[in-house]
Design a protein around this ligand. Structure first.
Ligand code: ADP
Ligand code: MG
Length: 444
């Protein structure tokens, strides 16, 4: 017992408190028997997790501590207490202190942005903002799904402002970078510098603000930054994947002040806009794509503009490799994989429940139940997370599939798992393999 505790204490600085809480706290030491240390873990998920990540390190620590080679052996139990960390994890800094202004992508300009019904208002407002920053469109909040042009528009504003006033201090950052930078600043006692940098801006562009939610201190800092800049009429532009109305109360606290200004959404582009975008990109990339192929691709790839671009890249690779001109038939063949993704059937939450239950070795009814035992809580939260991210069902609907749970429970689970994903690559891999498994079951 003491040996294990010592080993955990030694590995802690290496792997961090959060990982210790998640992976090693649930371990129960059974006995030391002929240099075999027997431990008990809640289920196979933990066992694999510990083996993948920490086994080597643990064994070498155990050898150092005891002077003999120790092996670990396992029993899997199902009756341990809640293992999930009780406190909110603190974001780990991954970047060094950076007091420069963020880079803008030279391709993301107003002139390369194709305007259609789906983005007309957002585009017009973005232009107005860049002409008269800090006035009536402040803050400017853009929301919409993945790959629909939010980042592009935001950079376009930045370019236009830098172009009009070469001295104007425009900063582009993602909310994740903002968090990292802030945490790093705290650690190096450079918070004053951090504030000086952010409060001296003429325009602050913050991308994907939804990731700030729940990171309490950074969120606070962002409030202060926001208020400071807004107070002296400096422009603020924010993007998010959801509208203010779709946010949970804690998100709403963050978002409500964005409604002081202008809110614009970007919808998926209609067919005409998709055609126009493809034409424009084909010209920019100097690919010769016949009109019927353009129309074919535009009618097949509907989900987002990034996918449209991806299709064009493939067509380009093909035509430059073979030197032959593109036809609708070859395009069909080349894009087969990408297109199968487009038409994939909607995922059933019950399938998610089944796959998650079997992977975590729990029963579906346990996932739907209210038991707070260790071995059920994490799988339940994972299943809720997947139900939120793999389907279009609103939170309340997801809750219904889990034995009538409240939408706040679902939101909490989603965030919890999202946070773990961001901090733990092995966990991320597992979730991704769960996703593939669920899709495979659905398509079977
Ligand atoms: P989001 O930030 O909403 O996820 P991005 O701004 O990264 O999306 O856009 C994804 C890709 O699609 C980028 O390469 C961008 O240039 C392109 N794109 C998006 N909207 C348009 C548009 N209206 N016209 C031309 N290209 C676009
Ligand atoms: Mg983006």
């Amino acid at each position: 017992m003491a040996l294990w505790t010592k080993a955990v204490n030694m590995i802690r600085p290496d792997i961090g408190e959060e990982s210790v809480d998640l992976w090693l706290k649930p371990v129960e030491v059974l006995r030391l028997d002929n240099n075999v240390l027997w431990i008990k873990v809640p289920n196979r998920f933990y066992l694999d997790g510990i083996k993948d990540r920490y086994l080597k390190k643990l064994l070498s620590i155990l050898r150092d501590l005891s002077g003999v080679d120790i092996e670990l052996d396992y029993e899997v139990s199902k009756d341990l207490k809640n293992v999930l960390p009780k406190t909110d994890p603190i974001a780990q800094p991954s970047s060094q202190l950076d007091f420069s202004l963020g880079e803008l992508n030279p391709r993301y300009t107003f002139s390369s942005f194709v305007v259609g019904a789906s983005n007309r208002f957002a585009h017009a407002t973005a232009e107005a903002v860049s002409r008269t920053p800090g006035t009536q469109y402040n803050p400017f909040f853009i929301y919409g799904g993945v790959g629909l042009g939010k980042t592009h528009l935001m950079h376009a504003i930045g370019h236009a402002m830098r172009h009009q006033h070469t001295r104007s201090r425009v900063l582009y950052t993602t909310s994740e970078q903002f968090v990292n930078e802030y945490v790093t600043a705290i650690q190096h006692s450079k918070v004053d510098d951090f504030r000086a940098k952010y409060r001296s801006l003429d325009c602050l562009l913050i991308d994907d603000v939804q990731f700030l939610v729940g990171k309490d201190r950074s969120e606070q800092e962002f409030f202060h930054t926001f208020n400071a800049l807004h107070g002296i009429r400096k422009q603020i532009v924010v993007t998010s994947d959801r509208s203010p109305k779709e946010m949970s109360p804690s998100e709403h606290r963050l978002i409500s002040r964005f409604e002081w200004g202008v809110v614009a959404d970007i919808k998926p582009p209609d067919l005409e806009t998709r055609i126009a975008i493809l034409r424009q990109k084909a010209i920019a990339e100097q690919i010769d794509v016949p009109d019927d192929v353009i129309v074919f691709v535009a009618s097949s790839v509907k989900s987002n503009i990034r996918a449209l671009e991806g299709s064009l890249v493939r067509l380009k690779a093909y035509s430059s490799m073979t030197g032959s001109s593109l036809t609708v038939d070859t395009a069909k063949e080349i894009l087969k994989d990408a297109l199968s993704h487009e038409v994939s059937p909607p995922i059933d939450i019950e399938t998610i429940l089944k796959v998650v239950a079997s992977r975590f070795q729990v029963e579906v009814r346990e996932l739907k139940g209210h038991n707070r035992a260790t071995s059920v809580v994490l799988p339940r939260q994972v299943a809720m997370f997947l139900a939120c991210t793999m389907t279009d069902h609103p939170y309340t609907e997801v809750g219904k599939h889990f034995g009538g749970k409240d939408h706040t429970t679902v939101i909490h689970a989603r965030k919890k798992v999202q946070r773990l994903l961001e901090q733990d690559l092995v966990f991320l891999e597992r979730i991704n393999s769960l996703r593939s498994e669920i899709k495979a079951v659905e398509n079977a």
